[in-house]
Ligand binder design. Structure first.
Ligand SMILES: Cc1ncc(COP(=O)(O)O)c(C=O)c1O
Length: 402
């Protein structure tokens, strides 16, 4: 039996057909397949939603934030982020030219603690960037209310939560923009890739400009690329100023390509089934491991939400008779892959030492960093795989109790 991994990739016949077609036609950079994927992804999130596909999930976060410069933000303004997240969320804030203001996690949900957000809002705060971490929705009611009160944008980092719901609404649609990742360990994948969704048509155009170096073109379909047809906007800025080589904003080179989009098109047809399978796996593991609840805190679903689990996280309780290192080593020696649950970016990752926070500033995020790890919960795990995970964890605990 192979290793029980934390992620999965399966490429079906439709994706292969589309990829081969693109290769045969020598059409590999952003074009028709990317647009088709964008439309499928947008439609999944509602009839008035626009989707702009980009190179990675990090780029999705970055470009969504950079779009705020068109809405009055200034470089050096602040963005509120959870201390407990994957580092890409915070890197995106910095890459976009903003300053991250960190908020500790709620120790029960591991999501940003809304009660602590108001304390970090200043006159320079422009946005809140909540993360639906591990596929569990962030506390959006409180965050959206705070944002309205302080005139802030809400950009959701839904990189880990495709298809999750909060009070019946799908995540990514609860703020001004929602950012997704299609990295291969994620719920659906294009290999590498990301997308920003929004119902604001003007913002969608700005995002299209941002992914293509900030050029003045914002159209969904470029007439000049489809054929050599006349474009009425081409010389809108002057007789000798070609719009395609006129750059309105500081942009990025973050396009998705046709081969990636082909993978995404196929995955969209399976998204709901994938989410269902992951949910069933999560609930099965929670049920089977319930006898060890005195040693672990589990990922659970509240009545107002519908999880779309990325992974199966476990936080070891402080008085458990074993350490994270001991249990993860045991699982890995038995071919069950594990990963750490990220922890506090400002105080546990040297990359953010320059911000001057001190260990102890974000105790709940740090506790997750010290005692949290995850195993897989993905759709390609079999019942036997899940039972193996349960057996190995149980076996390890019994040995530690001896
Ligand atoms: C919460 C979160 N945000 C952003 C990203 C960035 O996505 P990508 O790896 O596609 O750049 C990831 C994962 O990688 C993530 O987990």
């Amino acid at each position: 039996m192979g290793k029980i991994g934390v992620g999965t990739v399966s490429v079906g016949p439709e994706a292969k057909r589309l990829i081969n077609e693109a290769l045969d036609k020598n059409r590999i950079s952003q074009g028709r397949l990317v647009r088709r994927f964008e439309r499928l992804f947008a439609a999944y999130h509602g009839p008035t939603t626009h989707a702009v596909a980009v190179g990675t999930g990090t780029a999705a976060d970055t470009l969504a934030l950079a779009a705020l410069y068109d809405r009055g933000a200034q470089r050096g303004d602040e963005v509120v982020v959870p201390a407990l997240t994957f580092i890409a969320t915070v890197n995106a804030v910095v890459h976009a030219g903003f300053v991250p203001r960190f908020v500790d996690a709620d120790p029960l949900t591991w999501q940003i603690d809304p009660a602590q957000v108001a304390a970090v809002i200043t006159g320079r705060t422009r946005a809140i960037l909540p993360v639906h971490l591990f596929g569990k929705p962030a506390p959006m009611d409180e965050l959206v209310a705070l944002a309205a009160q302080h005139d802030l944008a809400v950009v959701e980092d839904a990189a880990e939560a495709h298809g999750a719901r909060y009070r019946g609404r799908i995540v990514g649609t609860l703020g001004l923009m929602g950012a997704f990742s299609f990295y291969s360990a994620h719920i659906i994948t294009t290999g590498e890739g990301g997308a920003v969704i929004t119902t604001d048509e003007d913002l969608a155009g700005i995002l299209r400009s941002l992914r293509a170096h900030g050029r003045a073109c914002k159209c969904e379909v470029c007439r000049l690329n489809v054929s050599s047809a006349y474009c009425p906007l081409r010389f809108q800025y002057g007789d000798d100023v070609d719009t395609r080589f006129f750059f309105e904003r500081l942009g990025y080179s973050e396009k998705m390509n046709e081969l990636e989009a082909a993978l995404g098109i196929e995955q969209m047809a399976r998204l709901d089934d994938i989410v269902e399978a992951r949910r069933a796996n999560l609930f099965y593991l929670n049920e089977q491991l319930a006898e060890w609840a005195e040693f672990f805190q589990f990922l659970t679903e509240a009545p107002h939400e519908r999880l779309s689990p990325l992974v199966y996280p476990l936080v070891i309780r402080p008085d458990a008779p074993f350490t994270k290192r001991q249990i993860t080593q045991y699982l890995e020696h038995h071919d069950i892959d594990t990963r750490p649950m990220f922890g506090s970016i400002p105080t546990q990752q040297p990359a953010y030492a320059f911000m001057g926070h001190r260990l102890g500033d974000f105790p709940h995020a740090e506790a997750v960093g010290d005692r949290g790890f995850y195993v897989g919960v993905h759709q390609d795990l079999t019942r036997a795989d899940l039972d193996t995970i349960v057996e190995r964890i149980s076996e390890f605990i019994r040995q530690s109790l001896r």
